[in-house]
Design a protein around this ligand. Structure first.
Ligand code: M6R
Length: 372
């Protein structure tokens, strides 16, 4: 018995443990910030800098890797719910391209470690230019949390696996709380929808628990794809960043080439790759673009691609055309990323494990990229 074994508890790897912690880490992120019965959301970090947040001309979100994917979801959330213009930037690009950043901008940095060199440098630049800087960070007391004017910790606890899982859902939860709070206060969400969102969000930890029950099915499915060389992940709207995240998870721990794409972009290039050897993972839980995603799946099937679809429970239409379907619980559309990412985290974990890869410490990767 050593410390590592003790910390992993009954789990074989930190990554699996962290995937399974998500019902409680998401609940921890919401604790003290949301009460659906009483009808309130409270985000202390925003209250500290309320004037500048509410009067901002735009939000610029800066991050790297998985945190950048969370930021993309933030763009969808803030623009839809709070009607605030959002730009999402790779911190490594933002820092070197002489960007236009003004005093009435808010620059939001997302970082699990709070130590990523590029994100830190982008924030220093934004600070010099007079923007308000806000951090959505996991590591308490980290460099990014200290340099920011205000922020929200995600309270996910230490994340040891190099592949980020619970920090991602923590970041998305924090962004969701912020977007609903700001939307309601700005009058862009009607009271009835606000109450519906609060109730829906409060149920998410239990629904993540439910989504985790696909583990055995995903494990079995994973065995069919251990020798695959390429995969495509497709999603639309809120699930487009999940396609990117699913692909990144697979690449980094299983070393299988994977690309994430907005489903409708497929016909502008990647469709040429599809043949009977190409697994295509389609995140198909959207209500607003349901028929469109169905036709994307038909396009893949017409070229003999192998479709693995993530669907809402009870979906009958897609299960007739996809080769495999994995169900997740139903929820309000803005919350689907918190559920649809779960089977994709598990899929990459089981494929990597079956290929004999070092899941927690993949080659060439560091948990925190503190140098350029
Ligand atoms: O600590 P950070 O969130 O700033 O890290 C950013 C990326 O380095 C990180 O998300 C990386 O992409 C992960 N390995 C993804 O699983």
């Amino acid at each position: 018995m050593n410390i590592e074994k003790l910390e992993k508890g009954d789990y074989e790897h930190f990554m699996l443990k962290e995937i399974y912690e998500q019902p409680s880490t998401i609940a921890d992120c919401m604790r003290g910030r949301l009460n659906a019965a009483a009808g309130w959301i409270k985000v202390g970090g925003i209250e500290n800098v309320e004037d500048r947040m509410f009067n901002a001309k735009r939000f610029i979100m800066a991050a790297c890797g998985t945190s950048w994917h969370a930021a993309l979801i933030g763009e969808y959330l803030f623009e839809e719910l709070a009607r605030i213009p959002v730009e999402v930037e790779y911190a490594s690009e933002l820092r070197y391209r002489n960007p236009i950043i003004n005093e009435d901008d808010v620059v939001i940095a997302l970082s699990q470690s709070g130590e990523t060199a590029d994100t830190m440098a982008a924030l220093e630049l934004a600070k010099e230019k007079g923007a308000l800087i806000y951090g959505i960070v996991n590591s308490v007391g980290s460099s990014i949390s200290r340099i920011t004017d205000s922020g929200s910790y995600i309270h996910a606890g230490p994340e040891i696996g190099v592949a980020s899982t619970k920090a991602f859902t923590g970041q998305v939860t924090a962004l969701t709380l912020m977007a609903i709070y700001m939307g309601y206060r700005r009058g862009t969400i009607p009271k009835s929808y606000y109450n519906q969102l609060l109730e829906g969000l409060e149920k998410i930890p239990a629904k993540v628990e439910e989504a985790l029950k696909c583990n055995d099915q995903v494990k079995e499915l994973a065995q069919k794809f251990i020798n695959t060389n390429h995969t495509l992940y497709l999603g639309r709207g809120y699930n487009f960043p999940i396609a990117l995240e699913g692909a990144l998870k697979l690449k980094e721990i299983s070393y299988i080439h994977a690309e994430g794409y907005p489903a409708a972009e497929m016909k502008h290039g990647p469709i040429a790759l599809i043949d009977e050897n190409m697994p295509v993972i389609v995140i198909a839980t959207n209500k607003s673009a349901y028929e469109k995603i169905v036709s994307n799946i038909q396009e893949v099937k017409a070229r003999k691609g192998i479709v693995i679809a993530i669907v809402t429970e009870g979906d009958e239409e897609i299960s007739k055309i996809a080769d495999y379907t994995i169900e997740i619980p139903d929820t309000e559309e803005p919350f689907t990323p918190l559920l649809s990412v779960i089977p994709l985290q598990l899929l990459s974990y089981h494929i990597a494990l079956a290929r004999g890869c070092n899941v927690d410490q993949p080659r060439n990767l560091a948990k925190s990229v503190t140098v350029e």
